[in-house]
Design a protein. Structure first.
Length: 288
């Protein structure tokens, strides 16, 4: 199955520093009913750096239980210790997920050869599909387009979440893509632009809000109705910078709490609640 459409890197709701599974189930049902194409739990938007190993497996199991095979699930599974990631794959496979989203190794700053060998090792360790995640401003390393083309030749590396931060690099890859390979933007503000160039969709934290609008834009562009899609884009694009004005996903959690979708806007340290200034800005876009 080709990966396309609006994929949600779903937040992890907390209450009193514990995972709030009641709210989590509510979110999963809500977004599946809205028509999202797939779920990605335990990514950065899910505050994966603060999730314990025990919580990780429980959240994964609950995700599969709540999703009930209604949409595909790709779980966040990455790191900068290749052998550790390879071992973790076996845990993930037990839960019969559809694939993984795996970030470029961070902090130890490998060169392109090291990046390739890292993902090749992951690919050889599993039959699960793999979405590569390129986000240099978090990892300190860019995955070059030539490396992406080489990785796309591997049997189960099927897509890229592109947050490279370089519109020229993104354009060149979308216009000259690997065969049978999906390119989904992770830069929410570039969603309309990359879709019109030929991208297959987006993995968008912003789609926690105005979900139907993102889906409608996707469908209209796929139907070659770019003008109607642009009209809808005008309705939502100003919201996106507000959701990233302070560290993700804290603004999104504030909105979801205000909308009654989660019981608390709580995040885990080192993230903290948003400022009163941002609260006031977000209150103008929240539709209760």
């Amino acid at each position: 199955m080709k990966i396309e459409g609006i994929w949600l890197p779903i937040i992890t709701p907390f209450k009193n520093n514990e995972v709030d599974y009641e709210s989590y189930k509510r979110l999963i049902d809500y977004y599946i009913d809205k028509g999202i194409s797939g779920l990605i739990p335990l990514g950065t938007t899910g505050e994966s750096p603060t999730i314990s190993e025990e919580e990780y497996e429980i959240i994964l199991g609950k995700t599969m239980e709540y999703a009930k095979n209604r949409v595909p699930v790709y779980v966040g599974l990455g790191g900068n210790n290749t052998s550790k990631v390879v071992k973790q794959i076996k845990l993930v496979e037990k839960h019969k997920v559809d694939g993984i989203l795996s970030v470029c190794p961070y902090y130890n700053r490998p060169d392109q050869k090291g990046i390739y060998q890292h993902f090749k090792s992951i690919s050889e360790a599993t039959d699960l599909n793999i979405i590569i995640y390129n986000i240099p401003y978090r990892t300190g390393r860019n995955i070059e387009n030539s490396t992406i083309h080489k990785l796309a030749e591997l049997k189960n590396i099927v897509a890229l979440k592109d947050s490279c931060g370089d519109i020229k690099q993104s354009m060149e890859l979308i216009l000259n893509p690997p065969k049978d390979f999906s390119i989904l933007t992770g830069e929410d503000i570039l969603f309309y632009s990359t879709m019109t160039l030929g991208a297959q969709g987006g993995i968008l934290a912003s789609a926690h809000l105005r979900t139907e609008k993102f889906i409608e834009i996707y469908k209209k562009i796929k139907a070659n109705d770019h003008n109607s899609a642009l009209t809808i884009w005008y309705e939502i694009y100003k919201m996106i910078p507000l959701l990233f004005e302070e560290p993700n996903p804290t603004p999104i959690k504030y909105c979801l709490h205000r909308l009654g979708l989660i019981s608390s806007a709580e995040a885990r340290l080192p993230l903290t609640e948003i400022s009163n200034t941002l609260e006031n800005k977000l209150n103008t876009i929240i539709k209760t």
